[in-house]
Design a protein around this ligand. Structure first.
Ligand SMILES: [Zn+2]
Length: 86
């Protein structure tokens, strides 16, 4: 079933802020949660976002500096490469 197809890290990152705001549909929320269970990098990112929200009161993709985002995506790519080298 296409709806249960795994999402990518890029998609997960894009969904996290909506997830934390409770703005996702049940289907997207389940897909994201499944990804987070399997992906250490994205669950770490979710924790970071939770902390950021706790500090700042709100967060969105526009609040994340482009440099920070691209650094995160580098980490994800490295993580996935390490995983496939094991
Ligand atoms: Zn991920």
């Amino acid at each position: 079933m296409a709806l249960t197809k795994d999402i990518t890290c890029h998609q997960a990152v894009a969904l996290v802020s909506d997830y934390l705001e409770g703005a996702l549909s049940g289907r997207d929320r389940r897909r994201l949660e499944r990804h987070l269970e399997a992906c250490q990098a994205c669950s770490a990112y979710l924790e970071q976002m939770r902390i950021t929200i706790a500090i700042s009161g709100s967060v969105g993709p526009e609040d994340l500096p482009a440099e920070a985002l691209s650094r995160l995506l580098d980490v994800f790519e490295k993580y996935q490469q390490d995983k496939s080298n094991e």
